[in-house]
Design a protein around this ligand. Structure first.
Ligand code: URA
Length: 477
């Protein structure tokens, strides 16, 4: 029996080194006891030892999985990961086997860690504490479900790099001073002072709270009660809920006098700036989206698939949702519809590498049928929930033109999905005035039942992509 003791800091790297060594030495999973942090030594295990010598290769998808799962709170995580790694030796395709219970459990753990990370970035609140040097100092207390403070620290370092801060969790404390982070033991809730920032949060929350759209269940799903006690703005929630009906009636009585088109444009602009994920770049957006649970689609999908392409792309191409292959690869439009799009785009003179390619919905919706996963159209609620991410992508990329492929993309971008066959080839606008060229979805071309209809659809699609290329040329700076 071999015992491997893993440290609380650098757990994922230590697990990787140990697992590599054990695999290289041919040690089967049942001969390994994994210990973590301050866990008491197992009475029946041999003495703790460092990683064994030797090296072994693992698929990249496994490495990515292990790097997230290692931060899960379940003590079995290390053994489960090693058991999967062991089985991967003879079955390289195992990572794609959605029916494998061992892999399925690890995927659940991966999602739980990602969700926890998302909640921490959304609900951690810093309070200002006394400064000792030139930089302002802040402290925060947070109780994550998993051991995520270390992997998430770089997010807070990037976002709050111009101040010193400490984040205390029951498990670990991260201290960021003059640009360097260090970790020490966790603690209990520190006595954090109430400060001006506190009142700011409460005021902000009161202002963004729309009593006419109050959905207590949805609000609690996104901001579960367990986070309330550490959120300054949460103190306002009971009072806001209680007064919501009366305020909604008052709002109705004082109905807006703005012309509808102008009102829509203003509210779109406000929505684009106020209520979006706090991300400054596309990598951060991807990381944030990994923890997304704004609708139920995250439960069955393998992973979130956000857009890709240059941040300064003049063209944004929006499809419906990732398909089976995109869900596995984690990239948009890489399957049959994507290949068809690439072919037509090239013919039309559109360079995909200069476009930002994304989808209205970021998780694959499907029903299992035997070994196959059959695509399901996302419903209006799912499209609406995911618009948050599409808007965030639009805010970062700020494309000159958007190509909306299919009814779902049209619905998300223009507010109307019907009549796409009649509307295709025409330009409409998003609420904030970005031009949207409507076209067919490439998977429609793959599905049309007869030759003549397919030829007509291909002609239309080609014409629309050429119109996009011409528009871009005409509007090039
Ligand atoms: N269909 C889409 O709408 N998007 C993809 O990424 C793939 C297929």
């Amino acid at each position: 029996m071999r015992t491997v003791a893993l440290p609380k800091e650098g757990t994922a790297a230590a697990w990787r080194d140990a697992a590599r060594g054990l695999l290289g030495a041919g040690t089967p999973p049942e001969d390994v006891v994994w210990q973590y942090g301050d866990a008491a030594p197992d009475l029946f295990a041999g003495p703790p030892e460092g990683p064994a010598a030797g090296a072994a290769r693992a698929p990249r998808s496994f490495v990515a999985l292990s790097e997230t799962v290692c931060w899960h709170a379940d003590l079995e995580r290390f053994a489960r990961l090693y058991a999967l790694l062991w089985r991967l030796r003879g079955r390289p395709g195992l990572m794609q086997d959605r029916g494998d219970p061992g892999l399925a459990r690890l995927r659940e753990m991966e999602k739980a860690v990602r969700r926890d990370r998302h909640k921490m970035t959304a609900f951690l609140r810093f309070r200002e504490i006394e400064a000792t040097g030139a930089r302002r100092r802040f402290a925060a207390w947070f109780e994550p479900d998993h051991h995520i403070l270390e992997p998430i620290a770089p997010f807070f370092m990037r976002r709050f790099g111009d101040m010193d801060w400490v984040i205390v969790t029951p498990d670990l404390t991260a201290t960021f001073t003059d640009g360097d982070v260090s970790f020490s033991d966790g603690g209990s809730r520190p006595p954090l002072p109430e400060d001006a920032t506190e009142e700011l949060w409460a005021t902000y929350f009161r202002n963004i709270f729309n009593p006419a759209r109050l959905k207590v269940k949805a609000m609690q799903a996104e901001m579960p009660k367990k986070y309330w006690k550490n959120l300054p703005e949460a103190a306002a929630i009971p009072e806001l809920i209680a007064g919501a009906q009366a305020r909604a009636r008052d709002m109705q009585a004082a109905a807006p006098t703005l012309a509808p088109a102008r009102a829509a444009r203003i509210s779109e602009r406000l929505r684009m700036t106020e209520d979006l994920p706090p991300v400054d770049d596309l990598d951060a957006l991807r990381r944030e989206a990994e923890g997304c649970d704004r609708c139920p689609l995250h439960r069955d999908a393998t992973q979130v698939v956000v857009g890709e392409g240059p941040r300064d792309a003049p063209l944004m191409v929006v499809g419906e949702q990732p398909g089976d292959q995109e869900d596995l690869a984690g990239r948009p439009f890489v399957g049959p519809a994507g290949q068809l799009f690439d072919r037509f785009a090239e013919e039309a003179g559109l360079d995909r590498s200069r476009a930002f390619v994304t989808n209205a919905v970021k998780h694959f919706k499907f029903v299992p049928r035997g070994k196959r996963r059959i695509h399901q159209k996302p419903d209006a609620g799912e499209v609406q929930a995911c618009r948050w991410w599409l808007d965030a992508e639009r805010r970062l990329v700020r494309p000159d033109l958007i190509l909306a492929m299919g009814a779902t993309a049209a619905a998300s971008l223009t507010g109307r999905g019907q009549g796409i066959m009649k509307r295709r080839g025409t330009f409409e606008e998003t609420g904030d005035g970005t031009p949207v060229l409507l076209t067919l979805h490439p998977s429609y071309l793959l599905r049309v039942p007869n030759e003549a209809a397919r030829a007509a659809a291909e002609r239309d699609f080609r014409a629309d992509l050429s119109a996009a290329a011409a528009w871009l040329e005409e509007h090039a700076a």
